[in-house]
Design a protein around this ligand. Sequence first.
Ligand SMILES: Nc1ncnc2c1ncn2[C@@H]1O[C@H](COP(=O)(O)OP(=O)(O)OP(=O)(O)O)[C@@H](O)[C@H]1O
Length: 280
Amino acid sequence: MSVQEALPFPEPDGAPVLPPVSAAPALELRGVTVRYGQVPALDRASLRLVPGTVTCLLGENGAGKSTVVQVVSGVRRHDEGELLVDGRPVRFRRPRQARARGIATIWQDLAVVPLMTVWRNFWLGDEPTRGVWPFRRIDLDAAREGAARALERVGLPGLNVNQPAAALQQGQRHSLAVARAVHFGARVLVVDEPAAPLTVAQHALVLRTVVAARDAGVAVLFVTSMPSYAHLVGDRFVLLAGGRVAADLTREDVDVEGLTQLMSGGEALATLTAELRRGR
Ligand SMILES: Nc1ncnc2c1ncn2[C@@H]1O[C@H](COP(=O)(O)OP(=O)(O)OP(=O)(O)O)[C@@H](O)[C@H]1O
């Protein structure tokens, strides 16, 4: 079974979902540079994340993808350029500030509290309660049902939320993290594709969550090194090479073969890069 077959939605090739031209970005990088010593990990990189769209960030190892994730998540400060949320420049000093602006990051290592149940991992202290202090108690039924419903909304119906999170597979952990982020009001979702090799079914779960978040109106940044998966869910494709944006394409500009060719570098990327530089 291919990932495409495992997905619950049709291959969107025939009906590209493009952002309206006027849609304002929820988050934008304008000419952002990040240096480690003298070497730029990001070199005047620009990209826009629009509500209800999936922007795929692609690139080889060392291209600068993780650096983008760190900047938008408030883990790393940029040295030059601007980071804008809803059109206003921001400078995050810590991850909490990014989270407070509705930016949720699903990190590659997907930490869960292993011995706690799935539903407890979902709420992590924010459980619905009933009664009034000093008799306030967690509303167990509401907490379990709420977690199950949120998981269903991101494409994982029927999961036993009473099992310990340690029993979840990687793709299911991913669904849990995205369900949480969407439930708690994320407006921008940054998905750093799990580094561990995933089965087709688990990979399909990851892609499903990306689509579910997009359909909920979230601006999604999907970081991946796999053009075939990116093309299944992406509305826009930003290709990083050596810290620079080598290509910024829509589904109309590029098919999956073209994207794969660009990713493999070589002549196609060199030509495109040269064209882009001429156009600057
Ligand atoms: N802490 C650091 N100190 C020095 N150089 C760094 C540091 N982190 C990243 N770099 C360098 O910055 C560049 C971009 O790295 P980055 O991790 O953002 O790339 P990436 O596309 O995410 O790669 P990968 O897929 O391997 O994570 C690379 O040349 C990398 O060696």
